[in-house]
Ligand binder design. Structure first.
Ligand code: TRP
Length: 456
C-alpha cells in the first residue's frame, strides 16, 4: 500500500523545510536572468499576463499533482511512476515519463551551469570595482569580453558543476536545509534594494508600463510564456515530484503549492521592476537577450551608494539561488541511480556531474567559437545556436509535454479515490483541482502547442 512506503533517501525534517527547498528549486536564474530577458524579447505586458495565467491555470495544478505523485510513490520519478501505475493496475510503462524528466533535467542543468558561471564571475568583477561609474557601453563590453572567452566560461562552468555535485553527493537534506533558510530572504531584500534604486532613475514608470501594459503577442510568444511557467516553477521533469517524495503525509499539498508559486512569482516581478527602469534610463534595448541582467544591473551597482557591496552580495545570492535550483535538476537522476544501480550518492553525483559538464561545453561554445553554427527546428524556429536549441527544446517542448502527461496520469489514469486520499484537502478544492488537471490544463497545453506549430 502506498501509505506504508518510506523513501530510502530520507525525509524533510518538517514542512517549512520542504517549502523552502521547493522554493529554492523554483526561484533561480529563471526568475532573475530568464524572465526579464524573455519578457523583453516578447514585447512586455501581454507576455507577462499570459505567463501569469499559465502559472495559475497550468503551473499551480501541476505542481500539486507532482507533489501528490511524489509523496505517494516515495521514490525517484522513474520508480514512482512505475509503482503508482502498478498500484492503479495500469501499465508500468508509465516509467517513461520519469525517464523523459531525467533527460530534460540534465539537459537544462548543462546550460544552467554555464549561466550560473557568468553570475559567479560577476561576483569578482563587481568586487574589483570594475563597474564603478560605468556607462552602459562599458558594462556591455565587459559582458562581451566574458562570453567571447571560452576558457573563462569553461572554468566558471566547472566551478559551478563541482559546487552542485558536492551538495547532491551529501544528500539534498543535509546540504540545503540550513542555507536556504537564511539566504532566500536575503535575496528578496537585495532585490528590493535594486528596485528602490530603479525608482531613482526617473524611468521607473516606463518599466512598470512595459511590464504591465498589454500589447501584442504571437503564438510562439504564448508558447514561450507557457514554457517559462513550467521552467520557473521547476515543473514537468520530476524535480518537484522527487522533493515531494521526501515529504510526510501530514502536510497540505495545496497550501504549500500556493506559497511556492506565490514566492516565485513575486521574485520574478521584482526582478522585472529592478531591470526595466535601468534599461530605459540608459537607452538600452529590452530585447538584448540572455545578457540583459549582466548588462543592466552592473550600471545600478556602479552608481548607487555602497553599490560595490550591494552588487557583490547580489551576485552571490544569485549564484546561491541558482545552486538550490541546480540541485533539484539532477536529483531525480541521482535518486534513480542510487535506487536501481546500487551506486552510492557520491558515485551517482560524480557520474551525472561529468556527463552534464560535457554537454555544457556546447553552451560554452555557443557564445564564442560556435556562435555562428546554427540549427533550425522545423515548425518552431530558425537559426538557433546549440544553447538556444537546448533551452527551447527543454523549456518549451519537454517540460510542457511532461506536465501534460503528469496531469493526464493524475486525472485519468489514477483512480479518483487514490488522488482524493493523497491530496487530503477540502472537497471543493479537490473538485476544482481535479477539474483543472482533467480538462483545463491538458487542453491549454495542447492548444498552445498546436498554435505554435501553426496547426490551428
Ligand atoms: N526553476 C528554476 C529557475 O527558475 C530552474 C529549475 C530548477 C528547473 N529545477 C527545475 C526548471 C526543474 C525546470 C525543471 O531557475
Amino acid at each position: 500500500m502506498a501509505e506504508q512506503r518510506t523513501s530510502i533517501h530520507g525525509q524533510w525534517s518538517n514542512r517549512t523545510v520542504f517549502i523552502l527547498a521547493a522554493t529554492g528549486s523554483a526561484v533561480g536564474l529563471g526568475n532573475i536572468w530568464k524572465f526579464p530577458y524573455i519578457t523583453g524579447e516578447n514585447g512586455g505586458g501581454t507576455f507577462v499576463l499570459v505567463y501569469l495565467l499559465c502559472i495559475a491555470l497550468i503551473g499551480l495544478p501541476i505542481m500539486m499533482a507532482e507533489i501528490m505523485l511524489g509523496r505517494r510513490g516515495k521514490r525517484s520519478p522513474i520508480n514512482t511512476m512505475r509503482a503508482l501505475a502498478k498500484d492503479e493496475h495500469r501499465n508500468p510503462g508509465w516509467a517513461w515519463l520519469g525517464w523523459m524528466g531525467v533527460v530534460a533535467g540534465f539537459l537544462i542543468l548543462s546550460y544552467y551551469s554555464v549561466i550560473a558561471g557568468w553570475a559567479l564571475s560577476y561576483i569578482f568583477r563587481t568586487a574589483g570595482g570594475l563597474f564603478l561609474g560605468a556607462t552602459a557601453d562599458g558594462v556591455n563590453s565587459i559582458f562581451t569580453d566574458l562570453v567571447s572567452d571560452p576558457e573563462r566560461l569553461l572554468a566558471w562552468h566547472t566551478v559551478f558543476m563541482v559546487m552542485t555535485m558536492a551538495v547532491v553527493a551529501r544528500g539534498v537534506k543535509n546540504g540545503i536545509e540550513k542555507a536556504v533558510t537564511v539566504l532566500m530572504p536575503l535575496l528578496f531584500g537585495l532585490l528590493i534594494v535594486v528596485v528602490i534604486y530603479a525608482m531613482t532613475t526617473g524611468y521607473f514608470m516606463d518599466g512598470v508600463r512595459f511590464l504591465f501594459t498589454p500589447g501584442t503577442i504571437d503564438s510562439k510568444g504564448v508558447l514561450i510564456a507557457m514554457g517559462h511557467a513550467f521552467f520557473t516553477l521547476s515543473l514537468g521533469m520530476g524535480a518537484i515530484m522527487v522533493y515531494g517524495s521526501y515529504l510526510t503525509s501530514d502536510h497540505s499539498i495545496v497550501q504549500a503549492s500556493i506559497m511556492i508559486a506565490l514566492a516565485d512569482t513575486v521574485v520574478a516581478l521584482l526582478a522585472g521592476l529592478a531591470i526595466f527602469p535601468i534599461v530605459f534610463a540608459n537607452g538600452l534595448e529590452p530585447s538584448a537577450g540572455p545578457g540583459l541582467i549582466f548588462q543592466t544591473l552592473p550600471i545600478a551597482f556602479g552608481h548607487m551608494q555602497g553599490g560595490t557591496l550591494v552588487g557583490v552580495v547580489f551576485f552571490s545570492l544569485l549564484v546561491f539561488a541558482a545552486w538550490t535550483s541546480a540541485i533539484s535538476l539532477i536529483e531525480p537522476a541521482v535518486a534513480y541511480l542510487v535506487e536501481n544501480k546500487g551506486l552510492s550518492r557520491i558515485q551517482a553525483a560524480e557520474w551525472m556531474g561529468v556527463v552534464t559538464w560535457l554537454v555544457g561545453l556546447g553552451t560554452v561554445f555557443s557564445f564564442n567559437i560556435w556562435k555562428d553554427k546554427t540549427l533550425t527546428i522545423p515548425f518552431l524556429f530558425e537559426k538557433f545556436t546549440f544553447f538556444d536549441t537546448l533551452d527551447y527544446l527543454t523549456a518549451n517542448v519537454m517540460l510542457p509535454l511532461g506536465g501534460l502527461f503528469i496531469a493526464l496520469f493524475s486525472a485519468w489514469v489514477m483512480h479518483q479515490q487514490s488522488t482524493r486520499e493523497e491530496m487530503a484537502t477540502y472537497p471543493l478544492v479537490y473538485t476544482i483541482w481535479r477539474f483543472l488537471v482533467r480538462f483545463i490544463t491538458p487542453l491549454a497545453v495542447i492548444v498552445v502547442f498546436l498554435k505554435a506549430v501553426g496547426a490551428i
